[in-house]
Design a protein around this ligand. Structure first.
Ligand code: G4P
Length: 538
């Protein structure tokens, strides 16, 4: 098969949602369709037995949250599907955002009883900033939900999205009887099955005016659906696949992941209308996916992912050319030539050696302590993919080692985790090897660091609160003279990141105003000075 054909059949995406909307359940059902799991474990049995395939850390199970991201690859209907799992908790957002730099589309799961929630909105903004096509799935239609028209309206008004409902629910909650596929003009009837959605749902199909469809709904519900469908037809023109590809139109689906209803309908449409792997930018150039030279970038690093293999994996998104296990490539940041023969294909916890991969695929490279998030690996030394934006921390902590006998473990472990990008380290005139100042997007991240230091490195930790709440980036143009003479509110602090950027730490908003008044010529910003600016909403 030619490289062109290989690329055409690939789809690389993530499922995004507010915690509890049903992302894990939907992932399981996708895997069921892909034949990657035999029987989708119900969430309850999952709790008792083992986590779903995409969970791996014990902490995830203890806390009931998804901490780290996974890659799942499966074949379905002629497609090679790469599904990247994103952590579901708001505190792990930086990791999630990095994963979103590696996908070409996203499915946004929304609990139809709740509508848009805070996390949905943030993730949506990130996708939209990258013009990633988003498909919405209103989940839990088997339970009482909000009015479908009101849900659509909310998508349009809150997210400023242009929506197109591809299917439409026939009733909601206990009266939920199925969906009408507006593309195919057919009804998919929902049968509540004993045993939930462990198996692929049987689908009965008919037209909206078929007597058996009318029979299932009471007169009022039927009239309401017909009226809603008329409103939709009157509201919005034809379905335009080109507008979906540019990220302008958001196709909308209704269903129930738990009952496995509407899942296949959405998956089929998603694969049909979502984009093939997109080319990436290297400075002013766009590198075509069919470029003869292999290239990719590292979007995530994870150490000790599997206790059976205590090592470090760099996740690489292949962007151009064909990856071959025997090849030697250039590591963009150091200019070193490296062999990638330690590469793996990943499936949740499991890994297998990968011999070849194509644009859109994710490979895991084991070892290579010099690799960092954002680095380019390529056969063509002139390719250097744009940086992955860092986010501005809002939580700070001093972390020290209470046990002098374990100092080495503490230092090595923390250095390793910082290289993974789990938090940023700040250096001030008061920090030391035994009192390190860490900064993260949310405080839960510190629990993860402490837990991992303890379980993976056998290190002990002592945490002390740091007083600041706000970080601002100092313009790289600011002179040393300016920094020596600036006027800072009491207790505010100048610090330096590992990468050498200078930042200021404040306790409260009023101090920012005070600072601006006293130092009008010293520019500080909310977002780091990089080539890419993350969403202003973050
Ligand atoms: P997440 O990954 O987005 O956090 O959500 P997850 O799939 O874990 O689902 C969250 C809860 O919602 C689960 O219940 C799951 O069974 C339920 N759920 C998912 N899809 C549907 C659906 O289509 N209909 C209904 N009725 N429920 C659904 P849980 O964690 O076991 O909690 P509980 O509700 O059983 O107590």
């Amino acid at each position: 098969m030619s490289i062109h054909d290989e690329i055409q059949k690939r789809r690389t995406f993530a499922i995004i949602s507010h915690p509890d909307a049903g992302k894990t359940t939907l992932t399981e059902k996708f895997l069921l369709y892909g034949g990657a799991v035999q029987l989708a474990g119900s969430v309850t049995s999952r709790k008792n037995q083992r986590a779903s395939t995409s969970d791996w850390m014990e902490l995830e199970r203890k806390r009931g949250i998804s901490v780290s991201s996974t890659v799942l690859q499966f074949d379905y209907a002629g497609y090679k599907v790469n599904l990247l799992d994103t952590p579901g908790h708001k505190d792990f957002s930086e990791d999630t955002y990095r994963v979103l730099t590696a996908v070409d589309a996203a499915i946004m799961v929304i609990d139809a009883a709740k509508g848009i929630e805070s996390q949905t909105q943030k993730l949506f903004e990130v996708c939209r900033n990258r013009s990633i096509p988003i498909f919405a799935f209103f989940n839990k239609m088997d339970r009482p939900t909000r009015e479908p028209l009101a849900l659509l309206d909310e998508l349009e008004s809150v997210l400023q999205a242009h929506v197109y409902p591809v299917n439409w629910p026939l009733g909601t909650g206990f009266d939920f009887k199925g969906v009408f596929d507006r593309q195919q003009n057919t009804v998919h009837v929902f049968d509540r099955l004993a045993g939930g959605g462990q198996h692929k749902a049987p689908v009965s199909i008919g037209n909206i005016s078929d007597p058996f469809v009318k029979d299932r709904l009471d007169e009022a519900s039927y009239a309401k659906v017909v009226e809603e469908l008329e409103i939709l037809d009157a509201m919005g023109g034809e379905f335009d696949p080109a507008a979906v590809l540019t990220g302008y139109t958001m196709p909308v689906f209704f269903g129930s992941a738990l009952n496995n209803f509407g899942v296949q309908l959405m998956l089929d449409n998603f694969l049909k209308y979502s984009a093939t792997p997109a080319p990436r930018k290297s400075g002013d150039r766009v590198i075509p996916t069919e470029d003869p030279a292999f290239s990719g970038f590292i979007f995530k690093i994870q150490a000790n992912m599997d206790p059976n293999h205590r090592d470090r994996i760099a996740f690489v998104r292949v962007c151009s050319g064909k990856f071959d296990r025997e090849m030697t490539v250039t590591h963009g940041r150091t200019g070193k030539r490296v062999k990638l023969n330690s590469s793996h294909k990943l499936f949740g916890r499991e890994r297998e050696t990968v011999n070849e991969a194509y644009p859109g695929d994710i490979i895991g490279i084991v070892g290579h302590s010099e690799f960092g998030v954002g680095d380019t690996l390529t056969e063509d030394e002139t390719i250097r993919y744009d940086e992955i934006p860092r986010f501005t921390p809002e939580a700070f902590i001093y972390l020290g080692n209470p046990n002098p006998y374990k100092a080495k473990r503490f230092t090595e472990g923390l250095d390793q985790l910082l290289q993974e990008g789990v938090a940023q380290e700040l250096v001030t005139h008061t920090t030391s090897q035994n009192s390190r100042l860490l900064a993260a997007v949310g405080p839960l991240q510190f629990d993860v660091i402490r837990y991992r230091l303890e379980t993976e490195y056998g290190a002990e930790t002592r945490a002390e609160p740091a007083p600041w709440k706000i970080l601002r980036w100092v313009s790289p143009q600011a002179s040393d003279e300016q920094l020596h003479t600036m006027v800072l509110p009491t207790g505010c602090q100048l610090a330096t990141t590992r990468e050498g950027a200078r930042v200021l730490l404040f306790h409260a908003d009023w101090e920012l105003k005070y600072f601006a008044e006293k130092n009008p010529r010293l520019e500080i910003t909310r977002h780091p000075f990089t080539s890419l600016t993350p969403s202003a909403a973050l």
